[in-house]
Design a protein around this ligand. Structure first.
Ligand code: BES
Ligand code: ZN
Length: 457
């Protein structure tokens, strides 16, 4: 083990330089003009895996390529088989003017590497590729590893579930590992045992057949912008509860044990407000901010478009208005059901004189597992040995929809091991990944392989 850790120490500069290259690819899955850059990124990643001696495959899909790399041979001794998942696609970087340096020209500053995807998720998955390199360069791995990298996580992982089903044998593993969540705070190591699901929808309000002069016609017909605002304002009440009928029907209540765990998590309200740049907090009454953002469902407006957006004014009644909405869901809410309840509600509160067009978007199930299996215990030990500190159990508010398919299709739990920090600016300008987290992640990965080897499966 010492040799492996020494190799990491000796090669840390090289690892970071390679990570810089990785972050340099504009693998923005939401924007078709970056398709070539995204494909190039997949090939770069596959080449890196191949150069370690992993059997590496690139699977084309009608979306972005899936990269699979494995140490597993048909004739293998019976080692535990671990699947490690990550995504090489990133969110769009805009608004560009708020970045202190260009998002795809990674910069190292104050002990962190800055760039789009630094933490979500390139830095966090690069940890495992380099952990693998350290083992292979100094001997052999205690476990078999199969990497699964996708390029569509940030747009809902459309092609991955089907791929998993048709390539089930490759992923016939004992446990899955994903580092794509955040620690509650620096030096507060955690194991994440739950993720929220997602159900997204776009609603378009359609009014007059064209934009109209607001002086000539204003006051005589419904304005689509006003109608949309009226509808959106009815989505939740002043206690922060979602008003869609039946929305809470399947929500699993927090257990007293969970509430106790949540109450122990560090929370400094002033620092939280400062971090987010807000003057006060708002959320569902009766729940703490930790509970609100990870274990209770919510509905959010992600974007609104209507009327004239250019400089100066243009006095019109816009012909259309639209909003992108998304709900974050908790066990046992079902995305499909929630979307149909939301659709029914929107139709019911539609003001007269406008029509609605509703387009359903991403759907991802919430995830939760009992963190008391031998693998979860191994993860907790590896985390605690790395940080010399007790790990806390957390749930997360974000979504990684494929994790649910790992359970459904492969029948394995996913150990969600956060390496990111809460101020890493996921999906925001100036995203970063802390290099101390990178180093700790490498050590944790090594110890985790060691702990998993010891499990009597
Ligand atoms: N890494 C995030 C998910 C995340 C971040 C979970 C922080 C917990 C803490 C992931 O890349 C992500 O952003 N997922 C999307 C999925 C969606 C587009 C289907 C999300 O949550 O918005
Ligand atoms: Zn993300």
């Amino acid at each position: 083990m010492k040799q492996v850790l020494d190799y990491i120490e000796d090669n840390s500069t090289k690892f970071v330089e390679e990570l810089r290259e990785y972050i340099g690819f504009k693998s923005i899955s939401a924007q078709p003009e970056y398709k070539d850059d995204t494909v190039e990124c997949a090939h770069w990643l596959a080449d890196k895996c191949k150069s370690l001696g992993l059997d590496t495959y690139i699977f084309e899909t009608s979306g972005n390529p899936i990269v699979v790399a494995t140490t597993r041979k048909k004739t293998a001794e019976d080692k535990p088989h671990v699947m490690i998942y990550g995504h090489y696609d990133v969110q769009p970087p805009d608004p560009l003017e708020l970045w202190e340096s260009p998002p795809f020209e990674p910069r190292i500053n104050n002990g962190a590497i800055y760039g789009r995807g630094a933490s979500d998720n390139k830095g966090q998955n690069w940890v495992y590729v380099k952990m693998c390199e350290a083992f292979m360069a100094t001997g052999s791995l205690p476990c078999d590893i199969t990497f699964l990298f996708e390029g569509e996580e940030e747009v809902g992982s459309e092609h991955l579930p089907e791929f998993l089903r048709t390539h089930r044998d490759m992923f016939d593993c004992d446990v899955a590992i994903v580092s794509d969540t955040a620690m509650p705070e620096r030096n507060v190591p955690a194991l994440t045992y739950g993720l929220r699901g997602i159900a997204a929808l776009e609603v378009e309000v359609i009014g007059p057949s064209r934009d109209l002069h607001s002086g000539i016609y204003g006051g005589s017909i419904e304005n689509p912008g006003m109608a949309l605002c009226k509808m959106l304002s009815e989505l939740r009440d002043s206690d922060g509860r979602v008003s869609v009928p039946g929305f809470y029907d399947d929500v699993l209540p927090l257990t007293p044990f969970e509430r106790e765990q949540f109450s122990r998590l560090p929370f400094d309200e002033a620092a939280y407000k400062e971090l987010l740049g807000v003057s006060s907090l708002f959320g569902e009454k009766g729940f703490s901010p930790w509970e609100q953002r990870t274990a209770r469902p919510t509905i959010e407006i992600n974007g609104i478009t209507c009327g004239y957006q250019g400089e100066g004014s243009k006095t019109i009644i816009p012909s259309r208005a639209s909003a992108k909405l998304s709900c974050r869901l908790v066990p046992n809410q079902q995305p499909e059901l929630i979307l149909s309840k939301l659709e029914d509600f929107l139709k019911r509160i539609r003001p007269p004189g406008v029509q609605l067009r509703i387009l359903k978007g991403h759907q991802g199930n919430p995830y939760m597992f009992q963190p008391d299996s031998a693998y979860a215990k191994a993860a907790v030990r590896a985390i605690e040995r790395t940080f010399s500190k007790e790990a806390v159990f957390t749930r997360e508010g974000g979504s990684i929809p494929i994790v649910n398919d790992f359970k459904k299709v492969l029948d394995v739990d996913t150990l969600l091991i956060p390496l990111a920090l809460p101020d890493d600016n996921h999906h925001s300008p100036n995203e970063k990944f802390d290099l101390e987290c990178f180093r700790k992640g490498l050590k944790m990965g090594v110890l985790l392989m060691d702990e998993i080897r010891g499990i009597d499966a």
